[in-house]
Design a protein around this ligand. Structure first.
Ligand code: GDP
Ligand code: MG
Length: 261
């Protein structure tokens, strides 16, 4: 299918509500921006490690043939956004697609090979155990992934703030490897932060406010298997700083996490 012909208007969102299906399947959503180099191996690995799983690649205005290679692979569907909207906007399209097509869960998985598809079944098992949002988390005793300097301090601050807000211990709130229950999909199809890193960090505040239960599962993060990171490390430091500021203010104003109490 092509998302290029369907603008993400309020009408489209409302009709998605009406059309909610009742499928029992999970959908793996892969946000992808110019990932022609690494994505083919990811698609192969997804279908070999979780045979029969449905995969949707949200191609976000790529100029390197990402969408075409997905179509040629025959193992995944693709939504091609006409211009780049960022991971948050792309995931929102993915959640809406999942809702419209009656999936009971969404797993977000990177296109660059950093997330091991073998962990997906474990993430889904956590949903079956009753969680609405499960984060595949680094720094939780598994794996050796290292981050240094300011990023490390900022990520620790964000993890401890969000642990307080959500009432559960979270070690890696910027992880994009996560599973969402049908309840969470319904929330995220309507409200998902579009800003860089907002999709990971602020979405947890959105989830908490909607009364969703949140938890994590320790995973090992691999190195990117090809292509280049979408953001420079300088930019990620700027955005982490911004997230610290926003979240610090939210905590100060005591708004987050208390609305649904
Ligand atoms: N749809 C979409 N995906 C993106 C965008 N930027 C990055 N991604 C995807 O998001 C995932 C993580 O991006 P990456 O650059 O590896 O970030 P990092 O892992 O945090 O360094 C990959 O699958 C990227 O292709 C974007 O603007 N739109
Ligand atoms: Mg990556």
């Amino acid at each position: 299918m092509s998302g290029a012909h369907r603008p993400w208007t309020r009408d489209a969102l409302d009709s998605a509500l009406v059309e909610q299906g009742h499928g029992g399947r999970a959908l793996v959503v892969v946000p992808a921006w110019n990932e022609a180099e690494a994505l083919p191996a990811v698609l192969v690995e997804l279908s070999s490690k979780i045979p029969g799983v449905d995969v949707l690649v949200v191609d976000d205005g790529s100029t390197d043939g990402t969408a075409d290679l997905v179509r040629r692979s025959g193992t995944a569907s693709v939504v091609s956004l006409p211009f780049n909207v960022g991971v948050g906007g792309a995931m929102r399209a993915g959640f809406l697609y999942a809702e419209r097509n009656g999936y009971r869960a969404v797993v977000q998985c990177d296109a660059d090979g950093q997330h091991d598809p073998a962990d997906i079944a474990r993430l889904l098992a956590e949903l079956d155990a009753g969680l609405d949002v499960v984060i595949g988390a680094r720094f939780a005793g598994v794996g050796t992934y290292q981050v240094g300097g300011f990023r490390r301090i900022a990520m620790k601050f964000l993890a401890s703030s969000l642990s307080r807000i959500t009432g559960t211990r979270l070690t890696d709130v910027t992880s994009g490897f996560r599973a969402s229950s049908a309840r969470a999909v319904a929330v995220f199809a309507r409200e998902y932060p579009p800003e860089y890193l907002g999709d990971t960090i602020e979405s947890l505040v959105v989830a908490r406010r909607a009364g969703l239960s949140i938890g994590q599962l320790p995973v090992e993060l691999r190195e990117r298997q090809g292509g280049t990171p979408s953001q420079s490390s300088f930019k990620s430091v700027i955005y982490l700083g911004r997230a610290v500021l926003v979240l610090g203010l939210a905590v100060l104003h005591r708004g987050a996490g208390k609305d649904d109490a």
